[in-house]
Design a protein around this ligand. Structure first.
Ligand code: AMP
Ligand code: ZN
Length: 461
């Protein structure tokens, strides 16, 4: 069964044909480590993790590189403003190096709680300054660059296919050209810095000598330099969020293909946004939600992972606490269904279930469909218990939802689960006498329920 993936380059679902089957080179843009990542960022990392697990599941051998941006990402989308890491370091009273280390560790812990598998190579921009300088030199030799008073710039007009990733129609309302640059020295608003000079009267914490002067690399060049170092000049898959299509990824393509004259990544996959109140969850507006916020409200990180899998990665997902609560309940019920199957000793392969599951994955990672197949086959009493258990165990390799984890606090009896659901319904119908009655009943069974602005919560007494 061919694996079909939607390639932003060309905007078609295409069969994945890696350069060196079964190996698949895969690069995913990692975090800028100046703050916690929010759950919108994690939606993208979860999609990329599902992609990687799917590749392994379908017989490919993914080799995955992820970068850590610890220098060069400026506060504007263009080339103005200050370095995000240096600004935040000053605000938090830490060195830029310590700040980057702190948020890198926080990121890795969050990923682990989300069952996101670690990359084969996790590479920091600051560990690859020489590679970035070397790539900049190649571009200079080929005549793509020009100097301004604040840095070395890539002249996008010299790369004929600069807008090939953007296509004609556009996603998420991001318009090419909307990022108007204030710099009067740029030849075109879409030109971008590959090397920035340190300010004349100020010493940066992170700065390096270069053939053009003391300074630091532009944000985009790190991904080109590191992707090519670990995966070769042409490789298979490159991913990120849709916001990267018109700027970051278009710039990566221009620099890489400008330098080598060869195609850079062959398949570009982009995850859609997590929205909050109908607009993109973003760090800049200060209202973003972290995994820690979720945990404080009694959610497990894996409830959020489940929530992400209920929407296709190319569709926007509007975040609400109520919807997350439903996902939490659904994950718990799925675990209970599996728990009820028990410990069947014989586990015959469940070929039909597995084939349907694979077909859903192979159709551009249709996770909502894959989940619904799991649900209906687990509930299907006509299938032998062992086959159902085998299917659940196999599906879990891709889903990573902790469905087989033995967590005693999750193992509620069907009677309690029914009561919890019945109370939600009673409150919805404003039948408070009934909801109080159920609360007492649950209390006698050792479960305390509380009503919060985001819905009913329960815990063991
Ligand atoms: P950043 O740390 O801003 O470079 O973002 C890390 C990753 O998260 C990138 O792949 C972004 O495209 C992605 N991203 C940022 N905001 C969102 C959002 N609201 N929903 C989904 N992905 C996002
Ligand atoms: Zn990148």
């Amino acid at each position: 069964m061919p694996l079909k993936l939607f390639n932003t380059l060309g905007r078609l679902k295409e069969e994945l044909k890696p350069l060196k089957f079964p190996a698949v080179g895969m690069y995913t843009c990692g975090p800028t480590v100046y703050n916690y990542q929010h759950i919108g960022n994690y939606r993208t990392y979860i999609f990329e993790d599902v992609l990687k697990r799917t590749l392994g599941f379908l017989g490919f051998k993914p080799f995955h590189i992820m970068n850590i941006t610890d220098v060069g990402h400026l506060t504007s989308q263009g080339d103005e403003g200050d370095d995000k890491v240096e600004v935040m370091a000053q605000r938090e009273g830490k060195s830029a190096w310590d700040l980057a280390k702190f948020y890198t560790e926080a990121f890795l812990q969050d990923c682990s709680s989300l069952n996101i598998l670690p990359p084969d190579v996790l590479c920091r921009a600051t560990d690859h300054i020489q590679e970035q300088i070397d790539l900049t030199r190649r571009l200079e030799k080929k005549g793509f660059l020009y100097l301004t008073s604040d840095g070395v710039y890539f002249e996008t007009a010299k790369f004929p296919d600069y807008d090939k990733l953007m296509g004609k129609s556009h996603l998420s309302g991001i318009q090419f050209g909307a990022r108007v640059s204030a710099s009067p020295e740029k030849k075109s608003p879409s030109d971008f810095a590959v090397w920035k000079f340190s300010p004349k009267n100020q010493k940066r914490q992170m700065e390096w000598d270069s053939p053009w002067g003391k300074g630091f690399p532009g944000w985009h060049i790190e991904c080109s330099a590191m992707a090519m170092k670990y995966l070769g000049e042409t490789f298979d898959i490159h991913c990120g969020g849709v916001d990267h299509i018109p700027i970051h990824h278009s710039n990566e393509i221009a620099q890489s293909e400008g330098a080598t004259g060869k195609p850079f990544a062959r398949y570009w996959l982009h995850g859609e946004f997590l929205l909050v109140n109908s607009s993109k969850m973003a760090k800049s507006d200060g209202t973003f939600i972290t995994l820690e916020d979720l945990r404080k409200k009694g959610f497990d990180s894996l409830d959020y992972r489940y929530h992400c899998l209920t929407a296709h990665y190319r569709k926007q997902l509007d975040f609400t606490w109520e919807a997350l609560e439903s996902s939490k309940t659904a994950r718990r019920k799925l675990k209970d269904l599996i728990g009820q199957i028990g410990q069947a000793s014989k586990k015959p392969a469940c070929a039909d279930s597995l084939n349907a599951f694979k077909a859903a994955l192979s159709d551009d990672l249709n996770m909502p469909e894959a989940l619904s197949i799991l649900w209906s086959d687990l509930k299907n009493g006509a299938l032998p218990e062992g086959a159902r258990l085998h299917f659940a165990e196999t599906a879990e390799e891709v889903l990573g939802l902790g469905l087989l984890d033995e967590k005693t606090e999750e193992a509620l009896s069907p009677e309690i689960l029914e009561l919890i659901d019945a109370r939600v319904l009673a409150r919805k119908n404003r039948d408070f006498a009934r909801s109080d009655e159920i609360r007492q009943k649950l209390l006698s069974l050792g479960i305390l329920v509380e009503d919060t602005p985001s819905g009913q919560k329960w815990r063991r007494r």
